[in-house]
Structures are given as C-alpha cells and as structure tokens.
Design a protein around this ligand. Structure first.
Ligand code: SF4
Ligand code: SF4
Length: 92
C-alpha cells in the first residue's frame, strides 16, 4: 500500500522519475497547491522498496508493504490439556 498525502505534494516528480519499476504516474486531479500528485499505475509492479518515501522532500509518501496490512489469523482454539497420567491409562 502506498499512502500519498496529496496536499503535501509540490509536484517535483522525483518519486515518479526515480521509481525503479516505473510504478507511479501523475494524478489527473490537482491538489491544493495546484500540482498533480503521484498515484500508482494500474497493474503496477511496486515492490515496496520505499525509495519514493525516502526521496520525497515533502514527506508526502508512506509505503506500507501489503504483508503488514493483512490481518493475521486469530488463534481461537487452545490446545487440549492432557495430563501424563491420563495418557498412560489410555495406553493400557
Ligand atoms: S517526490 Fe513528493 S513532492 Fe515530489 S512529486 Fe513525489 S510526492 Fe510530490
Ligand atoms: S515503493 Fe519503490 S517500487 Fe513502489 S512506488 Fe515507491 S519507489 Fe516505486
């Protein structure tokens, strides 16, 4: 997931031109500063390298790898409590 604070963007395009997999492009709409912020392309190959986040001079981009946003499965069942004695009885 790439979070872009569109109104913080000044349209320098560093993120767009430096992305190693060409995953970003200009948005169609203007932000409050009158420039077009970046957006992810359709079918992009973003690998969450975070280069755009590091290079943005206005801190407008936050990269969160998809694995971190997926909900982890909850453990709902506890393992059964079995005493050593009861196991011994069943074996006989
Ligand atoms: S590097 Fe930052 S300020 Fe420059 S275009 Fe990208 S988001 Fe906007
Ligand atoms: S995280 Fe890396 S691959 Fe993804 S858009 Fe930013 S620079 Fe490109």
């Amino acid at each position: 997931m790439i979070l872009i604070n569109e109104d913080w963007c000044k349209g320098c395009q560093i993120c767009i031109t430096r992305c190693p997999v060409d995953a970003l492009e200009e948005s169609d709409k203007l932000n409050r500063r009158g420039v077009r912020p970046p957006k992810l392309k359709e079918n992009n190959r973003c690998n969450f390298c975070r280069l755009c986040e590091l290079l943005c001079p206005d801190l407008a981009i936050t990269v969160i790898p998809d694995e971190e946003t997926k909900e982890k499965p909850k453990k709902t069942l506890r393992p059964p409590i079995v005493s050593v004695r009861s196991i011994g009885r069943n074996i006989k």
